[in-house]
Design a protein around this ligand. Structure first.
Ligand code: AMP
Length: 282
């Protein structure tokens, strides 16, 4: 497994891949890897000749400096995990190498980034789009893999590819969960024992929501979810729960007879913020 630490060396490596006519798969991550990340890389390995996994904690997408400084980092452990699954190339650049100059780019995603994560984390998706575009330019992948766990991010990335006219296939991969239903996340390792024991309630509530919709209106379902979380205050705070159109991501006020509908949620356990989602209607 090759570990590449600079943009310059990464570009040289990619030039060699292209000369050998290799099909390149790319999986961007922020490290602190878990089985959900590995599932994306394993799939990329099956579908490409070469796979690059990047590990880069992108400061531009953190709207909260505490969240950035406390974001889990463990490169040695990550590299050991990547080795076990046969990942060929890992890219671990420094912040100054990715951002030699201050970034001023502002992306226009219409209504996509005005709701949910975009509303509660101002600037987050602009930071995501900037880093992903930079990484795409360096790695020039044929296919890039993203998790459905970050449902809104996936929509933003698809919009970015359209906006920038990129010839990259965006492959969406199902959410990998713990046995108790909790969506795997690097942030889970920051939960206390008590918080970890409570955290599967997110999945339980989403599963109930799937049964209630569309028997009840989105508004009724939403009211029930808020009532359930009210009982858990102040240890657990529901930041938002929305039932949205899976394409436009706009909240629905009545059930949609056809087309995709997804329930999305963000919950804070103290200062640890977890997100999840569930398809209600594909
Ligand atoms: P992150 O390191 O959190 O930026 O995540 C890197 C990629 O892994 C993103 O495309 C995420 O959506 C994806 N990912 C994170 N957690 C999961 C999960 N539990 N299941 C599937 N994909 C995931």
């Amino acid at each position: 497994m090759e570990v590449i630490r600079t943009v310059h060396e990464m570009k040289q490596c990619i030039t060699a891949f292209h000369k050998e006519k290799k099909r390149i798969g790319f999986v961007p991550t922020m490290g602190a890897l878990h089985k959900g990340h590995l599932a994306l890389i394993v799939r990329a390995l099956q579908e490409n000749d070469k796979v690059v996994c990047s590990i880069f904690v992108n400061p531009l997408q953190f709207n909260n400096s505490g969240d950035l400084s406390k974001y889990p980092r463990n490169l040695d452990r990550d590299l050991a995990m990547l080795k076990t699954i046969g990942c060929d190339t890992v890219f671990t650049p420094e912040v100054d190498d990715i951002y030699p100059e201050p970034e001023t780019k502002v992306y226009e995603f219409g209504l996509l980034d005005k709701v949910m994560e975009g509303r509660f984390r101002p600037g987050h998706f602009n930071g995501v789009a900037i880093v992903v575009k930079k990484l795409f330019d360096i790695i020039t992948p044929h296919q890039a893999y993203f998790g459905e766990k970050d449902f809104q991010q996936l929509a933003i990335i698809k919009a970015l590819v359209k906006l920038e006219n990129l010839k990259i296939d965006i492959v969406s991969c199902p959410t990998f969960r713990e046995k108790d239903g909790l969506a795997m996340s690097s942030r889970n390792m920051r939960l206390s024992k008590e918080q970890r024991a409570k955290a599967p309630m997110i999945y339980r509530i989403l599963s109930h929501v799937r049964e209630r919709y569309p028997v009840e209106s989105p508004e009724e379902v939403k009211k029930w979810v808020y009532q359930e979380f009210e009982k858990e205050k102040p240890a657990i705070n529901l930041e938002y729960f929305e039932i949205v159109d899976s394409e436009s991501l706009q909240p629905l006020d009545k059930p949609k007879p056809t087309g995709g509908v997804t329930a999305c949620i963000a919950v804070c356990f103290g200062e640890i913020r977890l997100i999840d989602n569930m398809v209600l209607n594909a």
